[in-house]
Design a protein around this ligand. Structure first.
Ligand SMILES: [Zn+2]
Length: 441
């Protein structure tokens, strides 16, 4: 008798469990007849993407799959599906929380489903990360860094203080001032506890300290990000320290070639600093130079990606710096260094244009093929933040972070602006077509 009751209870539990699941089940979304640019292949293919909840459940070229009764079908004949874009270089917490939320929502509607924040108020970043993740706010998923830098940065730069209001700049879990006696393991653990994806090593960190910080971060499974040149440490030592993503293509090769490299705090006047910068910028470089070749080979071997941030030079209206940065990007790309796409300036506050689209166009102008520019903003960016198993490409089992666009971005990269729908974690949003902002490069 006892056995029969147990069996009955068991049967009841599975049947009631089953019906409960059925009531709560999210609709299946079927995206039919589109050309899918999955980023695995170099070319598009016609097919159907089936989304179940947050996940891409199936991708098929067959048309005879079973359509569940709760499915919502989109006929996307003539349209293109690409992965959601990731802006690999943003600073989103320089205003109020409300501004950050609004900007992130605008970015999402413009096709950005992930951002990598390179320095801000960690308290706000942790909250934004949580809110975007669970859908309390609409916006891209947020991945952020804790800054570790030498004491000079905190003494001379107003920015750390601005994003540590109410606390002591350089002594909080999102920014640490270090010297050779610092407890790197404790700093990394506190950054991890806050929710940081990486440690960003900033200026005034010498080679030996950089190696120690990098090792401490990797021991805890955090990524390491840095500028490509952070005096007194040269780019070759940055990559050899195991830095995963190196930012800013402008003049980083010249910092490898210069006789003597100085940080921005080494000058008593702005004029002196500008003179030094111009001197660095005037150093000629090419792949025939042994030092250049050694640097780029090391970056390739170490899997250090180059975060070119080309848009920032345009934004600053510095034409010659843009040309140099594009040349450095092209050499790195041709040498097999992976390029990642980041704007360093996510949104144009005046017209709400989202700059990752400008960055993509500038990368193509620098010499990347359209598919590799798209990879810079999707698969490569996912790898740079260590999320490649979840995002960055259109593959079964990955998150349904997708853009439906009306024209082929392999024909013209500015077509990434022609967004009809954005899917983030399976949730659909009406996209914004920002073609009117497309610039000719
Ligand atoms: Zn930045």
């Amino acid at each position: 008798m006892k056995h029969i009751i147990l069996i009955l209870m068991f049967l009841l539990s599975i049947t009631s469990g089953y019906s409960l699941d059925n009531e709560n089940v999210e609709p299946i979304i079927i995206l039919k007849n589109a050309t899918i640019l999955d980023m695995v292949s170099d070319v598009g293919r016609k097919g159907t993407v089936i989304i179940n909840g947050q996940i891409i459940q199936k991708i098929t070229s067959e048309n005879d799959f079973e359509t569940p009764s709760n499915a919502i079908t989109y006929d996307l004949t003539g349209k293109f599906i690409i992965p959601g874009l990731i802006d690999n270089h943003v600073h989103i917490t320089h205003g109020s929380l409300k501004q950050a939320q609004d900007n992130l929502e605008t970015a999402l509607m413009n096709g950005v489903t992930g951002v990598r924040d390179m320095g801000g108020d960690g308290r706000m970043l942790a909250l934004l990360k949580r809110n975007m993740l669970i859908g309390e706010n609409n916006g891209p998923d947020v991945f952020f860094s804790t800054i570790i830098a030498g004491i000079k940065f905190f003494e001379n730069d107003p920015r750390p203080g601005q994003v540590a209001l109410g606390a002591e700049a350089g002594n909080v879990s999102w920014q640490w001032a270090i010297d050779k006696n610092s407890d790197f393991d404790s700093m990394v653990l506190q950054a991890k506890g806050l929710g940081a994806t990486a440690i960003k090593i900033y200026t005034d960190v010498n080679k030996s300290l950089m190696n120690k910080v990098s090792q401490a971060a990797k021991k805890q499974g955090l990524k390491v990000w840095a500028h490509a040149s952070i005096a007194p440490t040269r780019p070759l030592d940055v990559t050899n320290a195991g830095v995963d993503v190196m930012s800013h293509a402008g003049d980083f090769i010249q910092y490898e070639l210069a006789d003597d490299i100085k940080d921005r705090y080494a000058f008593s006047s702005k004029a002196e600093a500008t003179k030094y910068k111009d001197q660095i910028g005037s150093i000629e470089f090419d792949i025939g130079n042994k030092k250049v070749k050694t640097l780029l080979s090391a970056m390739k071997k170490n899997n250090s990606y180059l975060d070119a941030t080309l848009w920032v030079y345009t934004y600053r209206d510095d034409e010659s710096a843009l040309i140099r940065a594009q040349k450095a990007t092209r050499l790195a790309y041709q040498h097999g260094v992976k390029i990642v796409a980041g704007s360093d300036h996510m949104i144009n506050e005046e017209n709400s244009d989202i700059n990752i689209h400008n960055e993509l166009a500038l990368l193509v102008q620098a010499g990347l093929t359209n598919i590799d520019a798209l990879r810079a903003a999707t698969t490569n960016n996912a790898e740079g933040i260590g999320e490649e198993s979840n995002i960055g490409s259109i593959e079964e089992g990955k998150l349904a972070n997708l853009l439906v666009i009306s024209s082929d971005p392999l024909l013209n990269i500015t077509n990434t602006r022609k967004i009809q729908y954005v899917f983030k974690r399976g949730k659909v949003y009406k996209g914004i077509d920002s073609s009117r902002f497309a610039k000719k490069y």
